[in-house]
Design a protein around this ligand. Structure first.
Ligand code: NAP
Length: 491
């Protein structure tokens, strides 16, 4: 893998200077935001960044799944504020930290699976009367989730929150966090293109099939009906597996990799169909991994994507995996994703920059690395090997675990000869480990050119700056082992 020179010139440095920039800090000053998925990995990094760098933000309402206000407050404190992620902010404010937090963050009990996103009427009216920007990050991110559950959150949840957004009198922007893998394309350059209208509303209104812009035959209402019919036709103990299987088979029937990306794609279609005059942007990050720099390098929550596999390898329990060695695994550190989101909001959230043509693709942003700065799978596993050579895992006796170079099996059969019981895992990950597409991030790159010098320092999101060797060997796996595996004896 070509090693990055620390003095190399990046795309953002080559770009023409735009002195006034996007005005990110000015934009957020005095604004009221509603963030869903607030207890999730991405939203926490987002909220921390806003509070740390833009304390002039007025308020952030956080939608938290909870039975009441007290329970939402408890989750806010335990799962958000008291995490290590907020350590810098805590140090910055010292004794005034608690009062700063309570003046800015408002936990709101709710649920994306209920009418009016589960918010009590009087609270809903208050939020709707005040909020300027909604950032919808709530989702189920389990690849093989039960179809009914994934539809309820990722697809129908989108309809519910758009409905709520329409009641928000001052709303300047609705930000829908989707995924790059919502696109069905698995080869070549994947452009930032919307699904257009016609899969949800048009079909239930009995309109013609020619309206379907991308996915012929897909009718979201039919998928919802299918899942609820299955729910009624199976015994209690058979429901889970059957609904998981149904999701995967419906997804693959229409060309998606799994239930997650299929239901997220349908969520985007619902947004397109129901948004009407609402100003909307769709954000499609690829695989979000630990923070590169801010507020601390390597912060992550949850054992995600390739991490469980690489950790098993580091512990000497897995010699290798089934992957295409030449593919680019599209990874973006969480802080880069967050900075990109903040920049897109500042660009689109002002009255003067309202999207002119709601049917264009100007509102779709892919936050991705595989075109601009690809991380090739062969290099990733080599870097993982280097990481575990420098910082080995230890066995129960406290001895360092020796590992050999990661083996790349290019056919599932060869790999299964050695490890039969990982078959399901290999199949589940196959769409990612053999994926041959690369996600274009043209628009995010153009946005970089709009940043001022100051903004380039504070809100850097140039993926071409990422030194993968440093990130993988020194930041990411350290972060996963420290924050997720809770290893204490890390070199
Ligand atoms: N992580 C990635 O690699 C990645 C990549 C691309 C795109 N994305 C997208 O980025 C967004 C955030 O992902 P993430 O990694 O932060 O996910 P995450 O850590 O799994 O968090 C998901 C969040 O959604 C909330 N949620 C789930 N069901 C809900 C419901 N019925 N009502 C209200 N809230 C609900 C969860 O709340 P509970 O704590 O109560 O469960 C949690 O706060 C998602 O839209 C995801 O599709 C993620």
């Amino acid at each position: 893998m070509p090693e990055k020179n620390s003095v190399s010139i990046t795309k953002s440095q080559l770009s023409p200077k735009v002195h006034e920039g996007l005005g990110i800090v000015e934009y957020f000053s005095g604004k009221k935001l509603l963030v869903t998925g607030a207890t999730g990995f991405l939203a926490k990094v987002l909220v921390e960044k806003i509070l740390r760098t833009m304390p002039e933000v007025d308020k952030i309402f956080l939608l938290i799944k909870a039975k009441d206000k007290e329970a939402a407050m408890e989750r806010l404190m335990n799962e958000i504020i008291n995490t290590e992620l907020f350590k810098c902010l805590r140090e910055k404010h010292g004794a005034l930290f608690e009062s700063f937090i309570s003046s800015k963050l408002v936990p709101v009990a709710g649920n994306m699976c209920e009418m009016n996103i589960g918010i009590e009427e009087d609270v809903a009216n208050l939020v709707a009367g005040e909020v300027d920007v909604i950032i919808n990050s709530a989702a189920t991110t389990t690849f093989d989730e039960r179809f009914d559950v994934a539809l309820d959150i990722n697809t129908k949840g989108a309809a519910r929150i758009i409905n709520f957004a329409k009641k928000c009198e001052k709303l300047k922007l609705y930000v829908h966090v989707s995924t790059a893998y919502a696109s069905r394309q698995i080869e070549g350059k994947i452009i930032e293109e919307s699904f257009g209208k016609g899969h949800y509303v048009a079909n239930s209104a009995g309109m013609n099939e020619t309206l379907y812009k991308h996915v012929h035959g897909l009718d979201i209402e039919t998928e919802i009906k299918l899942a609820s019919e299955m729910l009624e036709s199976f015994k209690e103990n058979e429901i889970d597996q059957n609904l998981k299987d149904l999701g995967m088979s419906r997804a693959r029937n229409y060309g998606w990799q799994n239930t997650y990306s299929f239901t997220k794609a349908m969520g985007e279609m619902v947004v397109e169909d129901t948004k009407g005059e609402l100003p909307v942007i769709i954000i499609r990050p690829s695989i979000i991994e630990s923070t590169l720099k801010e507020p601390i390098p390597g912060w992550i929550e949850g054992n995600r994507m390739m991490d469980p596999i690489i950790l098993l390898y580091g512990k000497g329990k897995l010699p290798g995996f089934f992957v295409n060695p030449n593919m680019a695994l599209d990874v973006v550190p969480a802080d880069i994703v967050v900075n990109s989101i903040l920049a897109t909001i500042a660009k689109h959230g002002g009255k003067e920059s309202k999207l002119e043509d709601s049917n264009s693709n100007d509102h779709v942003y892919q936050i991705t690395s595989s075109v601009a700065n690809p991380l090739i799978m062969r290099d990733l596993v080599d870097l993982a090997y280097q990481h575990f050579c420098i910082s080995p895992c230890f066995d129960r006796e406290g001895n360092p675990i020796q590992i050999s170079a990661f083996k790349l099996f290019t056919s599932i059969e060869d790999w299964l000869k050695s490890i039969e019981h990982f078959k399901y895992m290999a199949n589940l990950y196959q769409p990612y480990t053999t994926f041959d597409g690369r996600f274009d991030n043209n628009k995010v790159e153009k946005l970089l050119e709009c940043l001022s010098e100051e903004e380039r320092k504070e809100f850097q999101f140039d993926v071409s700056c990422i030194d993968w060797k440093h990130y993988i060997t020194r930041v990411h796996f350290h972060g996963v082992r420290k924050h997720v595996m809770k290893e204490t004896a890390l070199k």
